[in-house]
Design a protein around this ligand. Structure first.
Ligand code: SAH
Length: 349
């Protein structure tokens, strides 16, 4: 019987042109369709009102229009919104909208679950695992842009790849999604407003530099002492040593001219001594860097606790003495498990 319908969103503009030409339609119609898909974020063919009914029916007959479904939306008392997003195969990912006075930031997922085993992160406990397609990443951004306008009267301004998953282990799809997000024919967002956060895979950091990416890079460091990082992030340690990581960051800086941000949680009795802070400051010396000290967000049954304020102040002092900018990032959305490291599909039925 009927052919299996292809998802229209997997086609390039050229692909849609070819389809239209083979069905006796004008090429410029394909451009209109592409605009509806990527610039205007349409939800159905019916919405494409500058196409004739016959053209819309032609599209309906040949293509599927897959949409992400927000299964559960929760709002924190600080305004943060967490979406449990249901994918076409029934799997779930979470994405978060973080509002501040100046920004609406989308924190998006790149994988269902995560193959890493960072001992302080709730996502690591999830069994189910697959890479997200480019449109599944893109659609999380579209959903949050819409929610920004609806709940705060403002569009999305920034994107961080700090949701579920390790973006560099889904390299091609993440970069394809970012291409669409930054393409003037897509959302047209500046790459400067996008940050990819990673445990740091040296050969892929070098590949990004070679590929000429223009977005920002953040590395989840958490310790600049090899044995300690190995305990905190066992798989990260198996894929790289700090020496190789450092070398790849120098390569990145030489090629792109841009520094990186280190993400760093300070835990009591784990990495809260002067020796830890000095090791971090030295590691930062390799290239221009900024340190984001992230507050620890407790996860169920986790063995860790947030370090004292005096330990945080000690880190700041040691970094500032070496002219390294360190900011302390307070968590948002903790009450709904939407903060860094807390995304674990708890609402999944
Ligand atoms: N895999 C990527 C992106 C996802 S994690 C990466 O590792 O960078 C986003 C950030 O949250 C990372 O810096 C991660 O180390 C941090 N994080 C994980 N669990 C956390 C927790 N319980 N509290 C605070 N930050 C956490």
């Amino acid at each position: 019987m009927g052919e299996i319908k292809k998802d229209i969103r997997t086609l390039s503009q050229e692909g849609i042109i070819a389809f239209f030409e083979s069905h006796g339609e004008k090429a410029f119609r394909a451009k209109q369709v592409y605009q509806w898909l990527w610039q205007k974020s349409a939800n159905s063919f019916e919405e494409m009102t500058n196409l004739s009914k016959a053209t819309r029916e032609l599209l309906n007959a040949h293509f599927e229009f897959k949409q992400l479904e927000v299964d559960v939306m929760q709002q924190s008392n600080d305004g943060t919104i967490k979406n449990a997003v249901k994918l076409h195969d029934g799997a779930f990912v979470e994405s978060v909208l973080i509002p501040t006075d100046k920004r609406i930031t989308a924190c998006v997922s790149s994988q269902v679950g995560c193959s890493l085993d960072c001992t302080f992160c709730a996502t690591a406990g999830l069994k189910r695992m697959r890479n997200l397609d480019p449109d599944e990443i893109y659609d999380q951004v579209v959903v949050i842009d819409r929610q920004g306008k609806e709940h705060f009267g403002r569009p999305l301004t920034n994107i961080v790849f700090m949701g579920m998953g390790e973006p560099l282990l889904n390299y091609n799809n993440v970069l394809a999604a970012i291409d669409k997000i930054t393409d003037p024919k897509g959302l047209g967002m500046s790459p400067k407003r996008i940050t990819l956060s990673t445990i740091g895979v040296p050969k892929l950091i070098k590949k990004m530099a070679d590929d000429g990416v223009r977005f920002g890079l953040a590395i989840s460091l958490h310790s600049a002492i090899e044995e300690k990082r190995a305990k905190l992030m066992p798989l990260a340690h198996r894929s790289t040593t700090l020496v190789d990581l450092r070398e790849s960051l120098q390569y990145w800086y030489a090629k792109t001219g841009r520094g990186v941000t280190f993400e760093y949680v300070i835990w009591r009795d784990i990495n809260d001594t002067e020796e830890d802070a000095v090791a971090l400051a030295k590691f930062c010396g390799a290239i221009p860097t900024k340190v984001n000290i992230i507050q620890y967000n407790p996860i169920d049954n986790g063995p860790y606790t947030q370090a004292s304020q005096s330990a945080v102040d000690m880190y700041k002092r040691i970094l500032e003495e070496r002219r390294i900018v360190a900011t302390v990032r307070h968590s948002r959305g903790q009450d709904i498990d939407a903060a860094c490291g807390q995304l674990a599909n708890k609402t999944e039925a």
